[in-house]
Write a protein that binds this ligand. Structure first.
Ligand code: ACO
Ligand code: KIV
Length: 523
């Protein structure tokens, strides 16, 4: 049989069209079951309990806590979670076999709200090559399994595994039989992440239109991300009438993973106007829960991951930053606070403009305008070409240098080259500018490149100083951190201070020296 209706990409969701009321979509989290199937993501009992508590606080409706037959440890974890968690339904997975179902029933029994999730593959490929069963045997086995589960638990979910690659007629037949046997949720998995958003819409639409008892069960979607379509497919299923989404925190799961919980939740929250759906999730707990799952599984979250990635609310380019400073909604469709992220991050880097720099300086307590802003911005762009990220410490160092040099700019650094090798006298080739003229000198003298730089500056400027104090500190983080040199020199019995900043400590030293010498010259 063919689907009776096809999806229209431009139309409003069919399910939402039926009524103007917002539908509640159940969030079924399977981080502890399918999520744990990510290679290397195993969690111990204490970690699983910690995650389960976090999911309960997040407002997850159903927690699939594990696959109890898989191991004594899995059974124990599901049972402990069933004892501990009160706010969410606790679910255990079972194959369509007596021993699996009874084990799952025992594991979830202590829960105030429990569910058994029975699955059996229905696609021709799985029937023929994996299960080696005929279609009639599949239907019979599914009915027996659901009935056994119902005898132990009133909330039973049935999944025709690989449903999205199953012949439509057969899928309808199995689903109808499972509902007749007592299944209260029918989950339609895209087990191998194969379908497109249009196809999954058609499958859900077809089930709603063709399975006569479909209204007795909730339709659920469980999408894998093999083609990167898990979230899009889940949302398409919702648009076609699904009432439950199976998903995992950070999208972890078998192979390429599952639909990411944080993404489907925020899609419904942010585009409630389109989907006309809502969930019970406390979105402010999304980022903390994501960080917890990343910590216990050891699977880090990619920087550009939607909703919870470090860059999800970071704006780097000048035009975006300028827009953000004028009106947040120019470049943000939701706020970081809404998902539990500290704040919008205007990352200063090579693509930033004056507006963002002045704004950051202001938050650091310095009002930059006019020439001061222009000069710091010039230095900032030079630094940004050298460093990937500019930290607040870098900005402060640039501002400090600007403040200390703004009145006294007699000598400026034009160029320098240092040659230094173990056991050899260092050599510095230095070019300084003063009053439109450039003077160069090559000095091979001193204990190291920094000492040689001192000698070279003295030779060109003709100002002799005695260094009384020399301190270099890292103003920021990382190997490309900016180095700030603070020095104190004595000249004709008086002390002068100098500051220089650069990612190169020889350059910082030369700049600090020139800063001090310019003060001497200004007197
Ligand atoms: C799509 C999914 O994500 S399903 C969940 C996948 N998760 C896991 O498999 C993790 C936990 N699994 C395990 O620990 C083990 O596979 C166990 C304990 C469940 C089973 O281990 P074993 O008994 O050694 O079987 P094995 O894993 O080698 O093979 C699976 C068997 O289950 C059968 N089977 C698979 N699915 C089903 C099902 N839904 N209902 C009944 N039988 C099934 C297979 O046909 C195969 O049977 P066979 O040995 O007669 O050929
Ligand atoms: C058990 C089922 C729901 C599953 O994980 C899948 O089909 O991917």
């Amino acid at each position: 049989m063919e689907p009776q209706q096809t999806a229209n990409a431009d139309s409003k969701p069919a399910a939402a069209d039926a009524s103007n009321e917002s539908r509640h979509i159940r969030i079924f989290d399977t981080t502890l079951r399918d999520g744990e199937q990510s290679p290397g993501a195993s969690m111990n009992l204490a970690e699983k309990l910690e995650v389960a508590y976090a999911l309960e606080k997040l407002g997850v409706d159903i927690i699939e806590a594990g696959f109890p037959i898989a191991s004594p440890g899995d059974f124990e974890a599901v049972q402990q979670i069933a004892r501990a968690i009160k706010g969410s339904t606790i679910c255990g997975l079972a194959r369509c076999s007596e021993k699996d179902i009874l084990r799952a029933a025992d594991a979830v029994e202590p829960a105030e709200k429990s569910r058994i999730h029975v699955f059996l593959a229905t696609s021709a490929i799985h029937r023929e090559f994996k299960l080696r069963m005929t279609p009639d045997e599949i239907v019979k086995r599914a009915v027996e399994g659901v009935k056994l589960a119902v005898s132990r638990c009133e909330d039973v979910e049935f999944s025709p595994e690989d449903a999205c690659r199953t012949e439509h007629d057969f899928l309808c037949r199995v689903v109808e039989a499972a509902i007749d046997a007592g299944a209260t949720t029918i989950n339609v998995p895209d087990t191998v992440g194969y379908v497109t958003p249009q196809e999954i819409y058609q499958i859900f639409d077809m089930l709603r239109n063709r399975v006569p008892n479909m209204d007795k069960a909730i339709l659920s979607t469980h999408c894998h991300d093999d083609l990167g379509l898990a979230v899009a497919n889940s949302m398409s299923a919702v648009a076609a009438g699904a009432g439950q989404i199976e998903c995992t925190i950070n999208g972890i799961g078998e192979r390429a993973g599952n639909a990411a919980l944080e993404e489907v939740v925020m899609a419904m929250k942010t585009r409630g106007d389109f989907y006309r759906c809502h969930t019970s999730i406390d979105s402010k707990r999304l980022v903390p829960t994501s960080r917890l799952v990343s910590k216990v599984t050891g699977i880090s979250v990619q920087r550009n991951k939607a909703i919870v990635g470090r860059n999800a609310f970071a704006h780097e380019s000048g035009i975006h930053q300028d827009g953000m400073l004028k009106e947040r909604s120019t470049y943000e469709i939701m706020s970081p606070e809404e998902v539990g992220m500290a704040k919008t991050d205007l990352v200063l880097g090579k693509h930033s403009g004056r507006a963002a720099l002045a704004d950051r300086a202001k938050t650091l307590g310095v009002e930059l305008a006019g020439d001061e802003l222009k000069n710091v911005f010039e230095q900032f762009k030079i630094l940004a070409d050298k460093k990937k990220e500019i930290y607040d410490g870098d900005i402060m160092a640039l501002i400090q240098q600007q403040i200390s040099t703004s009145d006294t700019q007699a000598w400026t650094l034009v160029d320098y080259e240092v040659t230094s090798a173990m056991g050899k006298t260092p050599s510095v080739k230095l070019t300084l500018g003063n009053g439109g003229q450039e003077t160069s000198a090559v000095v091979a003298q001193g204990d190291g490149p920094i000492d040689a730089a001192f000698w070279a500056v003295e030779q060109i400027t003709g100002v002799e100083v005695i260094c009384k104090d020399y301190r270099v500190r890292s103003a920021t983080l990382g190997r490309d951190a900016i180095g700030e040199v603070n020095l104190e020199v004595e000249h004709k019995g008086r002390l002068y201070r100098g500051v220089g900043v650069s990612t190169d400590s020889v350059e910082s030293t030369i700049l600090a020296m020139l800063n001090a010498i310019n003060r001497i010259a200004a007197e």
